[in-house]
Design a protein around this ligand. Structure first.
Ligand code: NAD
Length: 374
């Protein structure tokens, strides 16, 4: 079996999730190419060495430029903050590598478009990590919609709520600075909700809405006695129109006290509705108008049946649940299979650019208090 050598840039939150996916994918799935965890790249030699030992990488590096130009590397995995995605992805594409990049694709539409142009010009395979598409319950939702089980779609109601910055003493991390993160709750988590909206309902054509920053200054991470300005939104609320006529709302907040990773959507159609909540990710609530009237109501479907539900035949018997990390294993599996087929998987940099355009329109709508065409 062919091996593909992977280089991962960034080893913190997403770096750990992706490392786990490369390590586990071949143990549960049978991809035609096995990933080999060749090089882990970070910024400091000590930090990257300790991470490589724990996560299981063969070698370490501190200069991503050197890594992307190594002849023995097949896949460049970008798990760094948004301000470095474009530079790394474009260099990786020029070097002929498969490029797997975290979301949002970039911090601006312009950079996202440059990245797409680079992968197209180089003819390399590319993918963006919107891992929530690979939750079995979300894929079941997609199947039901595509089969017409929900009829004409009227509503998409996406909310993505967290509360980790609600405490004003949380320092001014990179995620709270525009130059590093591009935007706040918008790019960080509304990006997932809008990607799910595009995946399940269709293209978004027009948006309006508001952004808010509740805590305007925060302690500096390396000098807590000093404060710096928060330059991104803490929360976003948008109304969106879809090309197929559906009306949607997409709300994201990092100030929803009590909510941890409440990535929820509800879709209502002429023949039924579905509800998904990531905090109960093995379940999908389904209502179908055609059901026996005596038992009309939402049914809670446990999406863990290997004979009926995506990916589950590779995991456990029914009712034996999977979790967050499995979404990355599924994503990496599909990337490896796409490489074996020499096909660009979805979601890819085209989706990344489309998502970035919706994010930019949401930002512009908030600034101008108007409807903005995407
Ligand atoms: N798919 C998801 O659900 C999901 C969840 C969280 C974050 N993300 C995305 O993943 C990306 C990383 O976020 P995170 O939460 O892992 O951040 P993080 O702060 O936990 O980790 C960032 C890593 O990048 C490294 N890094 C930064 N600049 C670098 C450089 N120039 N060279 C090498 N390494 C560098 C840091 O040392 C660190 O290891 C972001 O784009 C974020 O939006 C996606």
């Amino acid at each position: 079996m062919a091996h593909l050598n992977v280089a991962l840039i960034g080893y913190a939150f997403m770096g750990r999730a992706h490392s786990n996916a490369y390590r586990q994918v071949g143990r549960f799935f049978s991809p035609r190419h096995q990933p080999r965890m060749k090089v882990l790249c970070g910024r400091t030699p000590q930090g990257v060495k300790a991470a490589a030992d724990q996560l299981g990488w063969e070698e370490t590096a501190t200069d991503w430029r050197e890594v992307v130009n190594r002849k023995d590397i097949d896949i460049i995995d970008i798990s760094t903050p948004g301000d470095s995605h474009a530079e790394i992805a474009i260099a990786a594409a020029k070097a002929g590598k498969v490029v797997f990049c975290e979301k949002p694709l970039a911090n601006t539409v312009k950079d996202a478009e440059r990245m797409l142009a680079a992968v197209k010009k180089a003819g390399v395979i590319h993918m963006i990590c919107h891992n929530y598409r690979r939750v079995p319950a979300v894929m079941l939702a997609k199947q039901l919609i595509d089969e017409g089980k929900l009829g004409r779609l009227y509503h998409y109601r996406g909310v993505y709520l967290q509360d980790w910055v609600a405490d004003p003493s949380v320092p001014l991390y990179w995620r709270l600075r525009k130059e590093a993160a591009g935007s706040g709750a918008l790019g960080d988590i509304a990006s997932h909700s809008l990607d799910l909206g595009r995946y399940l309902v269709g293209e978004i054509t027009e948006v309006t809405g508001a952004l808010e920053t509740f805590v305007k200054e925060r302690p500096l991470p390396d000098n807590p006695r000093k404060k710096g300005k928060v330059t991104v939104d803490d929360a976003s609320a948008s109304v969106v129109r879809f090309a197929n006529g559906a009306l949607g709302t997409i709300e994201a907040s990092r100030f929803a006290t009590g909510r941890k990773n409440y990535n929820r959507f509800e879709i209502n159609g002429s023949k039924g509705s579905i509800v998904f909540n990531f905090e109960r990710m093995n379940e999908l609530e389904v209502f179908l108008t055609g059901d026996d009237r005596r038992v009309h109501g939402f049914h809670n479907v446990m999406v863990t049946d290997g004979g009926a539900h995506p990916y589950f035949s590779h995991w456990w018997p029914e009712g034996h649940l999977i979790g967050y990390e499995h979404t990355f294993i599924h994503t990496v599996y599909d990337l490896l299979e796409a490489i074996a087929d020499d096909k660009v998987p979805t979601p890819n940099f085209e989706d990344g650019v489309k998502n970035q355009k919706v994010l930019a329109a949401m930002e512009k709508a908030a600034q101008t208090k108007r409807w903005i065409k995407v």
